[in-house]
Structure formats: structure tokens, C-alpha cells
Write a protein that binds this ligand. Sequence first.
Ligand code: ADP
Length: 511
Amino acid sequence: MTAPSSLPELKASEVSDDTRIGAGFISRVELRFLAVFVPAMFAVLVALTACFEWYVYQNASDALRHRLTAISSNLSIVMAEALAENDHRQTKLLLASVIADEAVSSMRIWGMNGEIVDSFGDFDSEPEEWRATQRVNFVDNSGFRQVGQVDIAFTDRHLIDRAFQRLGFAAISVGIMLLAAVVIVHVSYSRSVGQPISELRRAVRETDGRSRGRVEWRSDDEIGELVTAYNDLQEREENSLRLLQETQRDLERRVSERTRDLEFATGEAILASRAKTEFLAAMSHEFRTPLNAIMGFGDLLAEDGTKMPDKRRQEYVREIVRSGDILLTLVSKLFDFSRLESGTLDVSPAPMDPSVEVQSVLVAERLRAAAQSISIDYQTRLPGGQVILADADRFRQIVANLLANAIKYNRPNGRVFVTLDNPLEGWCRLTVRDTGQGIPPDMRDRIFNPFDRLGREAGAIDGVGVGLTLARRLTESMGGRISFTSTSGEGSTFWIEFPLLGAEKTKSSAA
Ligand code: ADP
């Protein structure tokens, strides 16, 4: 199982244009903002200036109308004498002085006979509202009389020109102000928004399955909060990812453990099934051989027992007893093994003298050995009165099994050496050495497996394959240990060891 440890990486090419905020000299967000802000501000400021200029123009034109009225009436006064005396030079001078005013667009001076004395501009083409006509009256000795007329027209063009000039100037000023505003907005935007956003963009692009990018930015505004929230999110993501990876590793470990257990259990089950099949086949052979012998010799005795010679009869009876003995051993071993497996095999340890028990086993086993022309040498180097804590029956059973094997798997005329000593301080050891074929090295680790006879099932030597299993479990259940060495072709040496209780205990327990 592979951990999906890598999250999809955001490649630079996958970063959409919208995420390229802050890229280039001026960012798109900034551009969008300025594209709305600058024209709107420009239009508002220019419109305000235009309104103001309109107001100024209105006032100025009102004042100009008042001036028109005042100038025309003043003119009628100052012109009176010049017109009455037909002093053209004087009227010309007066006209020149009046038209010097930029507000005056045209002027006509009429004489007393209705003729035009002097004029400037085209009076008739001027708008009505800007025209004024004033009679010129003169008072002398002959009385009050009209000596002429003055037409004067004003224009507001200079007011309008000035208003437009100021408006133009205002528009340029507003433009310069807005340009300055754009620069200021750009600088402050880049510092407070553009930079953190491009840091965020870099962190997002650096984020992959292994590491999650962080943004180094501190500010006490919304951008600062956004960056903090982003960093928190990255940390939470990292923790979750770590947890996920740990869980995956744990799961993988568990799955491989379970798989191993399952494989082991399957292997065990296969082995157990094979062992069961082999066991049944071996058992049928092991049971049949002595049973056939009992039945066969029994039949012979039943038919001809009275007629046959005593020697042969005795021989038949011995065979029946021997086969019965084999059957009994077989059945007892099987029962013991099944009780051991179910945990109901009785083991009651008590202080006991091992040399006494070994000798009692030797008495019986020597007969069996003699039947196969095998000699048993016994030696004890254990100081007298030494005791161990063990169940005497089970101890004898273990020793008997080791001796029986040493005899069974020995060569004809072979030898068995039994030694009781304490080579290790505080431990008693019983060694059983034989001169048989030994155990092949590749089979040594199977020797304590139940029902495994190391391929001897087909041979003539009887056995069930549980003797050593029983010996090991019994020894260990009484606090002892069992082991062996073997040399192919030369023989095997099995030994058991039990802690010594010491001579004192014997006395106290005997007492
Ligand atoms: P059994 O003797 O009934 O087959 P054991 O559990 O006592 O069962 O022994 C298991 C196997 O170990 C034997 O079948 C035999 O192949 C091998 N074995 C035991 N003791 C000896 C020995 N002293 N020499 C050679 N092989 C032995």
C-alpha cells in the first residue's frame, strides 16, 4: 500500500491569470480600481469647477450690465458739451477713451441732426440685452435741448474666455493631482496589499505534498489577518497530512502484520493438516503392527496352543506381551500428549532425589537395551542427598523417553552412556549419549515438533513422534531445560537440567 503522501502540486502554468495579482508594474486589481477612480474623480472635479465658473460668470455679467447702464448715462453727460458745440475732436477723444474698455464691443455717437458723428464696431449686430441707448441733452441759456444720442454695446466674451481659461487650468491641475494620487495609491497598494498577496501566491505555488509554504507578513489590518489565517490553515493542513501519513504507515504496518500472521496461520494450518494426515497414516501402522502380532500369535495359541512345544508357546506369549506393551506405551503417550494440549496433564512437583529415579528407570530400560544387544553405562557424579523439585513420575517418564530413544535409534551392539552430575553451580544435569546414526543437521530444529518423526515413519522402529515433545514441555513446566547435540553417523547426546534444592532440603522434607 502506498501512502498518497503527495497532494496535487500547483504548477506555475496552472496558476490562472486571476491569481497573478501583483504581477507586473501595476496589478490588475489596482488597474481596475484606478480605471474607475481616476476618470470618475476627474469628471467630478471638472464638473465642480465648471459649476463654480458658471456662478462666477453669472455674477460678473450682472455687474457688467450695471456698468453698461452707468457708463451710458455718464457718457450722455460728458458728451453733451462736445456735441452741442460740434467739437468732433472732443467726441473722438471720448469715444477712444470708452472703447479702450475690453467690455465695450461697439459704440455710436449721433449728432443733433441725426447724423452719425463717430462709431466703433457693429452696434446693430450685438444682442439686445447688451445694448444701451442714451439721449444726450444739453442745458444752456437757450434752455434744455437734445444735442445727440449715444449707443453703446457691451460684450461678455472676455468673461467667457477667462472662465474657459480657468476651467482648462483647473482640468490640468486636477489631472496632475490625480496622477500624483495614482502614484501614491500604487506605492501604498504595493507595500500594503501587492507585496503580501504576491507572498501568498509564492507560498501557494511552493506548497506541495511534502512542505506547505508559509508567508512572513505582519500587519494589523485585514491583509495581516488573511495572512495569519492562511498560515494557520497551512499548519492545520500539515498536521492533518502528518496524521494521515502516520495513520497510513500504521495501517500498512498492521496490514503487513496481519498478512504475515495470516500467512503464518495458513502455513501452520497446512502443516497441521499434513501432519494430521501423516499422523493418521503413521498411527494406523503403529497400532496395526502390535495388534496384528497380538491377533496372530493369539490365533496360533488358540488353535494349537495345547499341542505346540512349551518353548514356542512361551515365545508367542512373550510376543503378545511385547506387542501389548508397545500398544500401552503408544496409547499412554497419546493420552499424555492430548492431556498436555488440553492443559489437564497433572504435574505435582515435590523434592525428589534424581539419582534414585534414574536408577529405577535404568532397571526397566536395561532389559529393553539387552534385547537389542545394547549396553547402558551409568555414572553419577552428583553428591549424595542432592534433590530437585519435580514430579517423580513425570521425571521418570522424561528419562525413560530419552533412554528409549537412545536404545531405539542406536546401532546394533551400540552403547548408551547415562551420566548424572552438576557441571553448573546449582544445577543437576542428566546426560543420555548414544552411538546411533545421529540426527541430520537440517532436521534438528524439527525434533521437538509433535508427530514429526523426521522421516522414520516408514521404518521398522516404532514410535509416535510425541516423546520428545512431552519431554520438553514436562521439563520446562517443572522449571528445567532440555537440549541436545548430535553428530551424524556418531550419535546424539540429550540432556536435561533442573535446579538443585540442596542436601538440606532433603533432610527437612524427609523429616
Ligand atoms: P518417537 O521416538 O516416538 O518417534 P520422539 O518424539 O521421541 O518420537 O522423537 C522424535 C524423532 O526424533 C524420532 O522419530 C527420531 O527420528 C528422532 N530421535 C529422537 N531421539 C533420537 C536419537 N537418540 N537418535 C536419533 N534420532 C532420534
